[in-house]
Design a protein around this ligand. Sequence first.
Ligand SMILES: *Cc1c(COP(=O)(O)O)cnc(C)c1O
Length: 459
Amino acid sequence: MDERERALAAAHSAATDFLATLPERPVWPRADLAEMLERVGGPLDEEGRPADEVVRELAERADPGLVAIPGARFFGFVIGATLPAPLGADWLVSAWDQNSGSSTLTPATVALERTAGEWILDLLGLPATASVGFVTGAQVSNFVCLAAARAAVLRRRGWDLARQGLYGAPRVRLVVGAHRHGSVDRAARFLGIGQDDLVVAAADGEGRTLPEALTGALGECGDDPVVVCLQAGEVHTGAFDPFPDLVPLAQAAGAWVHIDGAFGAWAAASPALAYLTIGMDAADSWTTDAHKTLNVPYDCGMAIVRDPADSIAVFRTGGDYLMYSSLDPWDVTPELSRRARGVPVWAALRSLGRRGVAELVERLHLNALALERGLREIPGVTIVNEVDYTQVMFRLDDDAATRALGAAILEEGTAAVTGAEWAGHAVLRCAMSSWSTEESDIRRTVEAFGRLVPLTRGS
Ligand SMILES: *Cc1c(COP(=O)(O)O)cnc(C)c1O
């Protein structure tokens, strides 16, 4: 074995050892940042070390600070685990080391990504001619899509953003729902769209933007060019904006419609849940993640733009030294050098097939319903949302007890959930996004809460 083979063998063995601990290891890490810095920090040695020794040492030192995200009972935030096929594919992407911005340089990985993009459009019921840029996640996807939107709505006003820049341009207004994801505001900030340029439309009790509120918000924009940002899957409730009402309203007002469907867009891939996404296909751009619902390794999201000319207008690189053909990754994403992060998506979809994707999304939903049923049986627990999709939110009678319960479950280790605020109360939020969660995992989680609730209510 040469040094490279020994390093890979060490990584394989450490990776399988780690994965084998998932069923029983505490979901939340047992070491905090300070302890981890003790374990991995210190001055850099003068001399190097053999590769396999470094890999073994790395795995051993990192272990107590690792989170069981690829396991079956990590329900915090909205974070997916990793299916076997994309995990293997991701290792190959590293071994191949293809700098995948251009089909001229790396035809294999660009072809795999292009195919994965076509499959995604098909599964999500989006226009087959849209551009798909594989980016690091929904945050960057929101940025990419809103960048294309900003340039397009300005172009319709006769303003060429690429030539004339933003100074002196018509004011672009961004209409957002009251329960948009924070990454939308952040993307707006990257784009020179400030908080004062946002117009917020009110939401119903589940966080869905109301049609009357959208009409009002559009009215507030006057003659300014407008981008409307809607949502498929609110992070707390999992609720979907009513697209058949909202999209035509926005388009009648001349707005560009963007939909953030980081995890929600995947409902379209399930015949049983697709009703939630009706009307989504009429938008102009879409954000979704592969590292959440599709369970590929971090990081991977998709920026989808109906008319590829709108993404090219922002991202295509000028300059003679760069070769490009039809629609290359660097025409539709901000990076030049980039990892072929769409290749694990190809592998995930190939391993699941259309039926497997539908079953995956439906299983996440059924797990959410099972968790809801179990939690309802525990005295003192109130379910806060309508469980239409993958999110379950609950609380105890008082906020301090709810927060104590959140801390207690992390400490106890059976599952991880996220604390949040909803309608003026502390809540705990559970997101079903791991392919490996089974009925027994839901049962173990409910049992753990059943033990902890009386203790935290009494405290
Ligand atoms: C997770 C999430 C994001 C941010 O996605 P990243 O993949 O973390 O960049 C944006 N919008 C929604 C609705 C999300 O759930």
